[in-house]
Design a protein around this ligand. Sequence first.
Ligand code: NAD
Length: 439
Amino acid sequence: MKASPADIDRTRGLEERTERKQASVYDNVTRQFDKAADLVKLDPNIRKILAMTTNEIIVNFPVKMDDGRIEMFTGYRVQHNSALGPFKGGLRFHPAVDIDEVRALATWMTWKSAITNIPFGGAKGGIQLDPFKYSYSELERITRRFTFALGNNIGPEYDIPAPDVNTTPQIMAWILDTYLSTMPPHERQRCTHVVTGKPIESGGSLGRDKATGQGVVFTIEEWAKDNGFELRGATYTVQGFGNVGSWAARLMNQHGSKLIAVEDVSGAISNPDGIDPDDAVEYASKNKGLISGYPKAKPIDRKTLLQTQADIFIPAALENQITADTAPLLKVKLVAEGANGPTDPDGDRVLQQRGIDVIPDILCNAGGVIVSYFEWLQNKRSEFWELEEVDCKLHKKIVSAYARVRDTAKKFNTDWRTAAYIVALSCLERVYKERGIFP
Ligand code: NAD
């Protein structure tokens, strides 16, 4: 699977995105953290602990390519905090993966688990590579060798990876198989919860594929109720049409809302009369996962997508998309952050000044980690839950997290992102105070 024209387009997007990233994502986390920690007067000692990661693992490892060459890869796993439970967070395969990005993503995972009352800590990892440049069997060997290189730095009761950008249930199955193969035979059957987001037959949970998009839509429903806003007939735009973006789009469609523009790495398209998300997903599935060339919409540029007048914008791609430069372009009432870190602190300020509501990432996209937790529990108990049970439990958890953040925003008279941080930091502060610091 070497570069076809579609792949070249995709690669161009990735390069562009790498340039766009420029600003340190971890600096954004630090600025968000400082704002909330000041406001809630976080204990200075606990502040020192939470401002740092616990472990940062970097592995360089060789992989044999299809043509017999050896290529070296760099993989990361950052474990931010485990006060509430085992480290938990996705793995990303992308050329822009670096220690700064992984640190930021790991830290957000800690806050996310704390906000949703899940007994997990925060971690994240990935490999710096463009997965579209490798064949299927090369990707399998890269994944397996990365898992082997991580060794006991991951584990079912210690650190549990999951899918993220460009990683799939298939990749999780390879991680599972590799991890189990390195265990003594009598221990293998009790370790299937070493990774979540697995294919169903390999121990995955029903509802995990749509969980993050489902969570995004559950939080939008709550926002609509709070604001007396009618979702039927509402318009929305989506940036990123992968796992999170496509599921959020499909589930919004079930409310009778209308998708009018969508962007992925191959470009953006629009149709004011509405784009059928199910049809667009089917088209993309036959077009290497890309929406470019979709015949029932017209191509637009990225700026036009951001300027499209709609009720709701769902960023579901990468970080630093809504900045001081792009936030003034948005003509929406609500930004529901499916992606991690799509808005930088300067972008946040502009959105606040313009009265645009934001459901922040660490609340909005928490559906993924919530259902990962359900998958982990099912594996530990050798259970298999019905989809209704998964959806119902997800709804309960994310709606109560939403209410905690909303009420905290009111109490502290602050924006929702800062409120979400306050919920997380207050929870972690309580735990550290109860337990004290060893020795
Ligand atoms: P994915 O790989 O399935 O999809 C990513 C999408 O973004 C693709 O459609 C891709 O074409 C698009 N994209 C990439 N670069 C782009 C660019 N420069 N401009 C526009 N679109 C671009 O990944 P995903 O799992 O859907 O993750 C998307 C976001 O959601 C990430 O920020 C991820 O961290 C976050 N997230 C994912 C999960 C999950 O369960 N998968 C959970 C929580 C948060």
